[in-house]
Design a protein. Structure first.
Length: 264
């Protein structure tokens, strides 16, 4: 009898384990199916609100890959030759990249960092909040034109309009020339004008395209590859300012030793 009771108990436990495994598998399958359905769900019309994350390779990206950068003008080449990046293929220990001094990354460079940003829509504008630097810019959607002679700023002056129900087109001007188009030191002038296209292809996905026209710096437009941004439901934008003491410590402990190594 004791042996029989033990046998029954083990059998019962086995049944419970099987049932629990089946229940867990069913739950996971249902969750995965729900995720797939939500991903493929159609996007809401004329709505880009939410927290988004660029699916890139890190903060060393440029507006366009180096192989696709157009020829520079003599003005831009002279600037380029004086730049000393702290990151990327041209990195040196004593870099003069603006972000190494806690100056703003500026636009469009800030778009390509692996940190989220949030779109908040109101009646006449869209606010774009960036976690990095805790920066933000306004995209006016009330039908106004770009100012003819805007004061140069780190993030420029932006206006936007919808093409159809799912593509937001943003035009920007009024940038200062203190920032780069990416980590490797490609400059731009105050004449740069940027056109972006945010195409919401489904509920969770934006296809992003960017073009920078700057005849003072480049003989042709700088055209970036299509990039993908993903919605991050439930994510909140954190506080990530550039703190000079922390930036300087990181430079001394990690960045400069890394770029100073031979055959890097």
């Amino acid at each position: 009898m004791p042996r029989r009771r033990i046998s029954l108990t083990i059998g019962t436990i086995g049944s419970v384990v099987v049932l629990a495994f089946a229940s867990a598998t069913s739950t996971r399958s249902a969750s995965q199916e729900k995720s797939v359905k939500e991903s493929a769900a159609p996007a809401p019309k004329r709505d880009i609100s939410g927290v988004w994350l660029y699916q890139g390779s890190g903060g060393q990206e440029s507006t366009a890959p180096e192989k696709d950068m157009p020829p520079m003008t003599p003005w831009a080449k002279a600037r380029f030759d004086t730049e000393r990046p702290g990151y990327g293929t041209r990195a040196v220990p004593d870099g003069n990249d603006a972000i190494l001094q806690c100056d703003p990354a500026g636009f469009p460079r800030i778009m390509f960092f692996p940190t989220p940003f949030e779109f908040v829509q109101v009646s006449n504008r869209i606010i774009q909040f960036f976690e990095r630097e805790h920066a933000w810019r306004t995209i006016w959607t009330d039908g106004r034109s770009l100012p003819k002679d805007p004061d140069p700023t780190w993030y420029g002056y932006a206006i936007g309009h919808w093409e159809g129900d799912y593509t937001l087109v943003v035009e920007s001007a009024g940038f200062n020339d203190k920032t780069w188009l990416g980590a490797t030191g490609y400059p731009h002038s105050e004449e740069m004008r940027v056109t972006e296209r945010y195409q919401r292809v489904d509920r969770n996905t934006i296809a992003y395209n960017i073009r920078a026209d700057d005849p003072k710096a480049y003989t042709k437009p700088v055209v970036g590859p299509e990039r993908i941004m993903k919605l991050r439901p439930g994510v909140e934008i954190g506080e990530l300012p550039c703190v000079w003491s922390e930036e300087n410590s990181f430079t001394k402990r990690i960045r400069e030793p890394a770029v100073g190594k031979p055959n890097r």
